[in-house]
Design a protein around this ligand. Structure first.
Ligand SMILES: [Cu+2]
Length: 662
């Protein structure tokens, strides 16, 4: 079983336990003693299976089970044991003796076990990893408060019915006298105090001030070791490499209603009124200079060069590397096209609505020298506008005619927040590059599916056969690209059902090669645990997408020094996929769920951490700056899942004014 299956099983067992403990308590109150005893046996059995699922999860990684091991199970175990001891024998006897009852204490014990079971589940969903003292205190307090309130309510009922022959009466040893009132008053007061204390602690927890920086086991900030530098001064060169040329573009962000090539209008935010924005192309060594203007995008805009390792001052991260460009404003980006490959650009300001609404485009850099260019070279950015999925600016299928034997390159770009599936039917092919970086000796494959993470790119190369080829998007035969051999007439053969094709695992694709570092000797090692929890996001409490239990901007910065070898362990505790994206550096994939990458070295800028997965990646810190490090599901990013990688000695003059517009 996969880790996420164990997570789901553990949730199911925990939920069943909650239901059974509550049912036991309720049936005991209703004096259905036979049923209550049966439910108690069921609750105990289910509770006894929890350690098995929790221990298995802990074996997959401490992050998956910490709060269950340290709080949930001990709390439930203690309460369940008390319930069995206090209520078990009485229920066992009562089930054969009509009219016999369970003392209030026994019923309270049963409900307390139910509260404890519920508290464990709630802690898992609302607090998660890492467990804090505040969380533990709140959980225990609430269980105690629940027990006290239950005792008070049941005690009052028992008191009212002492003299009556009521079917819901509870046998009680407490005499009905004037002291009962003061006792209830005392219990109410105590319960109120506990609840208030828990509430205050909870508020305190939301506002707890975290450490500002984590060092990943490396030295702390070393002021004075090198002159401090501002990101504002970490700018690109102003001339191309020898032999290169300069490309100057002006992109103007503006709202527009855009007619797609396939028909249909999109109410969009655009660069230059186009969807996607103008395609930027260059040859290796060229200088790319883009003047960004903002006409009327009220939230402001930037240009982030996704996967392109530009100097930090060109990175387009508002609040870190520049101020967002407001309507009427302007910012000039300049960088050298040193990396060959398929990339894209998008705004990084209010990116959750803004990229979705159209503020993106492609960036393709071709080699200056090298092998022959492909005869057909298509850049295919996939994007979803509301429910309309487009490739480039077309819905549905596009067709191209290709000479049989001609080499073809398809540059697949996922500009959405969710993964897309591609299947190439009709020809063997190679995935020659991932996220712009060439793979080492990628082998020919066929009838495999390609799962492209949010923000990711695959370059697919094939030789055009004498029969049609179809690139199918998301298993929808009506969506994709058809390549038709020149001169071919007649009907196309029927497309196969691609939905059952296995996924090409890039961690086992291509041939190994020497990598530039030994990741076992990292200078710093950071663990990034992804989950959902109650946390502050941009100054507001939210059910956030969290890193180590916190939301942006309260997640501590990761500190590195230039030249450090940095290792990340990225853990997904949640039930959603998180495409992790570090700015400014490609990361080398080391392993997934403990299985080492065994194919070509895989350098990516975005990797999909699916539910329950643990990824190990590494990179060399060679690009000084302050870099965003976030989930590229932009809704998740907006809900808190973003932090910063900060180089020692680098500061920013820009204020994070995002507050909900990260
Ligand atoms: Cu995410």
């Amino acid at each position: 079983m996969t880790t996420v299956q164990w997570i789901l099983l553990d949730h199911a067992v925990a939920l069943l336990g909650v239901a059974l403990w509550f049912a036991t308590g309720v049936t005991a109150v209703l004096q259905r003693h036979r049923l209550a005893f049966g439910l108690l046996v069921g609750a105990v059995l289910v509770t006894l299976t929890r350690p098995a699922t929790v221990v298995t999860l802990a074996g997959r990684g401490w992050w998956f089970a910490q709060e269950k091991v340290l709080l949930g199970l001990p709390l439930l175990g203690a309460a369940a044991l008390a319930a069995v001891v206090v209520a078990g024998p009485r229920l066992f006897a009562a089930r054969r003796t009509p009219g016999a009852g369970l003392p209030v204490g026994g019923v309270v014990a049963l409900f307390t076990a139910a509260y404890a079971a519920l508290a464990g589940l709630v802690v898992t969903f609302l607090a998660g990893y890492p467990l804090t003292w505040s969380t533990a205190l709140i959980a225990v307090s609430l269980v105690c408060a629940g027990a006290l309130l239950t005792a008070q309510v049941l005690g009052r009922q028992a008191g009212e019915h002492t003299d009556a022959e009521s079917p819901v009466s509870l046998r009680t040893t407490a005499p009905r006298d004037s002291s009962a009132l003061s006792r209830r008053g005392f219990i109410g007061l105590a319960a109120g105090a506990v609840a208030a204390g828990a509430g205050i602690t909870g508020v305190g927890l939301l506002f707890r001030s975290p450490e500002a920086v984590v060092t990943g086991g490396g030295p702390r900030r070393a002021s004075g070791s090198r002159p401090p530098v501002s990101v504002a001064d970490l700018r690109g060169p102003s001339a191309p490499a020898p032999g290169g040329t300069s490309h100057r573009h002006t992109l103007t962000a503006r709202t527009a209603t855009v007619r797609l090539a396939s028909g249909g209008d999109v109410d969009a935010w655009t660069y230059d009124g186009q969807l996607p924005g103008p395609a930027i192309t260059a040859t290796q060594g060229d200088l790319i200079e883009v003047t960004l203007r903002n006409s009327d995008v009220e939230d402001g805009v930037t240009l982030h060069w996704h996967g392109y390792d530009v100097p930090c001052g060109e990175d387009g991260a508002p609040g870190a590397t520049q101020d967002a460009v407001a309507p009427g404003g302007e910012f000039v980006y300049r960088f050298r096209a040193d990396q060959v490959g398929t990339y894209w650009y998008h705004t990084h300001q209010a990116s959750h609505p803004a990229v979705r609404r159209g503020l993106y485009g492609t960036l393709v850099v071709k080699p200056r020298a090298g092998g022959p260019a492909e005869e057909l070279d298509l850049t295919l950015p996939v994007h979803t506008f509301d429910d309309t999925v487009v490739i480039g600016n077309r819905e549905g299928r596009t067709e191209h005619t290709v000479r049989p034997g001609a080499p073809v390159r398809l540059r697949l770009v996922n500009t959405d927040s969710e993964p897309h599936w591609f299947a190439l039917a009709g020809a063997p092919f190679r995935v020659v590059a991932v996220d712009g970086r060439d793979l080492h000796q990628p082998g020919e494959v066929r009838e495999v599916g390609l799962r492209l993470p949010a923000g990711g790119r695959y370059d697919v190369v094939l030789a055009m056969p004498g029969t049609p080829v179809a690139l199918v998007l998301d298993h929808d035969h009506g969506s994709g690209v058809v390549l038709r051999p020149t001169g071919r007439t007649g009907n196309d053969p029927a497309l196969p059902d691609t939905s059952g094709w296995p996924e090409l695992d890039l961690l086992r694709y291509g041939e190994p090669a020497i990598v530039p570092f030994d990741a076992d000797n990292a200078d710093r090692h950071f663990t990034i645990v992804l989950d959902r929890a109650l946390a502050m996001v941009d100054g507001r409490p939210a059910y956030a997408q969290t890193v180590d239990g916190r939301g942006h901007p309260s997640i501590p910065d990761q500190l590195v020094a230039e030249g450090d070898l940095v290792r990340y362990t990225v853990v997904n505790r949640s039930l959603e996929t998180h495409p992790w994206h570090l700015h400014g550096h490609p990361v080398l994939i080391l392993s997934r769920d403990g299985t080492r990458s065994s194919g070509s070295p895989l350098w990516v800028d975005t990797f999909d951490v699916r539910p329950g997965e643990v990824w190990e990646v590494a990179f060399r810190a060679t690009n000084p700056g302050i870099w965003m490090n976030h989930c590229h599901n932009l809704r998740h990013q907006d809900q808190g899942m973003m932090l910063q990688l900060v180089y020692d000695g680098v500061s920013t003059p820009y204020e994070d004014a995002s507050h909900g517009h990260s």
